[in-house]
Structures are given as structure tokens and as C-alpha cells.
Design a protein around this ligand. Structure first.
Ligand SMILES: *Cc1c(COP(=O)(O)O)cnc(C)c1O
Length: 364
């Protein structure tokens, strides 16, 4: 325990880490989220006591009582970000302070305690440090970090829990697009929405994802990679994808993206807005109606549309399918503006170009 913004993490190295040969084999083609490092961070919270037992320890199953609150009422939040090994050997994260801040905002919405933002960033640094051998050296791969927190009080009453567990696990991941980037097809859900005004859309909580799985399944059944959600009130305005924000590129070079409110405030979204603004583009946050998207894509007024988020960075959208039709963006291929922004952002994240924004956080 400690006061201030940090926790004292007790370091308990894994006595039986995966041996080097096995680790190398696991990291040849890690995919996404199926290979994990030797350690995890855990910290406990109890009402009246604060944070305690903060540790970096061997990654292991967590024992939970079947009456743990999260299993019944889904009081859970998470974050996702990546650590990169740069060409010069340094290891960096992209804007972890922004994830820390969003974790706090999510905690507020889910009536959970705040983890000090300094402790959040520190926990990531410590896990990366002890599991440094798991950070891929291949320039397309990275170490995905998954901090999360859930209610583990043993109590079935409906109220904010009085005990929580904060955990960070890490997973070496390959490039989101194994065989090179390719445009995705998206399905506009005709009947499901992901977030209503006053709901939890702006919080990064597992419950939002639970609700998105059925429409995502329907997207797949319609030959699409991702689902696009419309707003819950009029079922007319474009919100975002299941786990990515969306941008429209107009023929005059303007970028338009839906305003914050029910959507998740993506850190990639914010970075894209900044890069585009600094490149002299007009960047406008305003609602875009689905019929407007279709009409303007067909007339060529909207030239490109892309999705963005930590996992895939920036992904061009090639085709939009909906009940009763479909339309393409541009020639259904790679938009110039999309690919330019993607390269600019990836180059900053991977230390291939200067970072005038102070976004890159050096770890090792
Ligand atoms: C995490 C997430 C995003 C993307 O946020 P980034 O900070 O850019 O990774 C977008 N939409 C939803 C619903 C998300 O959960």
C-alpha cells in the first residue's frame, strides 16, 4: 500500500517461465489473444481499505466464488493498448496516459473505484519489463496489453460491489491483417443498437461487447467482417462499429466523424483527428445519417470510409451491406487518404518517424 498516485507492486517472478524455445515457437504466428506471457499484474480493492496486495506475479487462473458480483451483474471494465519494440531496440507504448484516463471514466460510469492513473501506467511498465522477452521483434507484431477490473465481492444484492480485482495480462499479437491489409465489408444492423443515450456506450465495459455479439454474428452471416451500429433513438445516425470508430472522407478532403456521446471515445480516433487537422484538413464531428452515407458514396462525394481502433489501427471499408442492398466506397479498394493516415500513425507508433505530439511513451 502507498499513498499518492502509485501502488507498491511486489514483484514475484514466475518460478517456471516458458522456456526460450517454446516461447519462440509460440511467437512465430501468435494471432490475436491466444498466446500469453509468463506474468500478470493483480491488485485488490476493498471499500474502506483502498488498494492493497498489488503484485506482479506468475500468470495463473483466478479463483472466484460463484457469487462474485461480476458473474451476475457484469460490473467490469477494460482497456487495450500495445507495446512496440522499435527498430532501435527501445520499447514504447502509445499514449498509455490516455488509456489510464479512460479507465477512470469507465470506472465512474460503472460505479467502480478509481485506480490512480499513475498506478495504471506503472502497472503496464512493470509487466512489460518483466515479460520483455515476449515483446515481438517482428516489425508488424506487438505486445497487446489488457488491463481490466471487475467486482469480486461475494454478494448477490444489486448495488456497486465493495471489493474489486484489477488485473493486467499481456499477449504477443500478430498483425491484425495476416496477409496484408485488406478493406473490410461491413453490415449495418437493421435491428440492434449498441448504445443508447444515457447508457454505457462511452464506457469500455465488457457488457457492451456482450450485446454486440449477436449482431456481429449476423454481420458474418451476411458475408461481412464487422457490424456498423446506428443510433438507438432514430436508427438513422451512424454510431460506430462493434469495437472501432468510423471516419468519412469527402471529395474536398474533409474528414467527418460522429460526435462523442454514445460512442466510445477512441484514442486512435483522437489521434487521427489531430493528424488530419495538422495536415490542413477540415475535421468535423457531426452526425452522419445512413442514407446520407449511401447517397454520398454512390455520388462520389464520400470517397472513402475507414474504421479505427488500437487492434487494427486504421482499416479501410470496402463495401457496406444492409437489409435490401449494398454499396461500395470508391472502387472498393484502398483509399489514398485512409492509407496515408494509416502510414503516418503507424510510423509514429513504431518510432519510424518523429513524434511531435509526445504520444510515444518510452518503457525500455
Ligand atoms: C476500444 C474501442 C474503440 C477504439 O478505441 P481505441 O482507443 O482507439 O482503441 C472503439 N469502439 C469501441 C466500442 C471500443 O471498445
Amino acid at each position: 500500500m502507498s499513498g499518492g498516485d502509485k501502488l507498491d507492486f511486489e514483484i514475484r517472478p514466475n518460478p517456471r517461465p516458458v522456456d526460450a524455445a517454446e516461447r519462440a515457437a509460440l511467437m512465430v504466428d501468435p494471432g490475436f489473444g491466444r498466446v500469453f506471457t509468463d506474468h500478470m499484474v493483480t491488485a485488490r480493492y476493498a471499500e474502506g481499505k483502498g488498494w492493497y496486495e498489488a503484485r506482479v506475479e506468475a500468470r495463473a487462473p483466478i479463483q472466484m466464488d460463484p457469487a462474485s458480483a461480476v458473474l451476475h451483474y457484469a460490473q467490469e471494465i477494460f482497456e487495450g493498448l500495445k507495446a512496440y519494440r522499435n527498430a532501435d531496440g527501445t520499447v514504447t507504448m502509445f499514449r498509455p496516459e490516455a488509456n489510464a484516463e479512460r479507465f477512470s471514466t469507465s470506472a465512474t460510469r460503472l460505479a467502480m473505484p478509481h485506480l490512480p492513473e499513475g498506478a495504471f501506467v506503472d502497472s503496464l511498465r512493470r509487466l512489460i519489463d518483466i515479460d520483455r522477452d515476449w515483446i515481438p521483434t517482428n516489425g508488424e507484431d506487438s505486445l497487446y496489453l489488457r488491463p481490466f477490473m471487475f467486482a469480486n465481492e461475494v454478494f448477490l444484492g444489486v448495488r456497486p460491489a465493495m471489493e474489486y480485482l484489477y488485473v493486467v495480462i499481456a499477449s504477443p499479437v500478430g498483425s491484425y491483417f495476416k496477409n496484408g491489409i485488406k478493406p473490410v465489408n461491413v453490415w449495418v444492423s437493421p435491428d440492434y443498437t449498441r448504445a443508447a443515450p444515457g447508457g454505457t456506450g462511452a464506457a469500455k465495459c465488457g457488457g457492451n461487447y456482450a450485446a454486440s455479439l449477436l449482431p456481429q454474428q449476423q454481420a458474418a452471416a451476411n458475408g461481412c467482417d464487422q457490424v456498423v451500429f446506428l443510433d438507438a433513438v432514430e436508427q438513422r445516425w451512424i454510431d460506430e462499429l462493434g469495437g472501432m470508430n468510423i471516419f468519412f472522407v469527402y471529395d474536398d478532403g474533409t474528414l467527418v466523424t460522429p460526435p462523442l456521446g454514445t460512442i466510445l471515445p477512441g484514442i486512435t480516433r483522437e489521434a487521427v483527428m489531430r493528424l488530419a487537422t495538422d495536415a490542413g484538413r477540415a475535421v468535423i464531428e457531426r452526425p452522419v445519417a445512413f442514407d446520407e452515407w449511401q447517397r454520398d458514396a454512390e455520388s462520389g462525394r464520400i470517397r472513402e470510409t475507414f474504421a479505427c481502433g488500437t487492434a487494427a489501427v486504421i482499416t479501410p471499408i470496402g463495401e457496406v451491406r444492409f437489409e435490401g442492398g449494398a454499396f461500395k466506397l470508391g472502387d472498393g479498394g484502398f483509399g489514398e487518404v485512409t492509407m496515408g493516415l494509416r502510414k503516418q500513425l503507424v510510423d509514429i507508433q513504431r518510432g519510424r518517424t518523429a513524434d511531435p505530439y509526445g504520444w510515444v511513451h518510452k518503457v525500455l
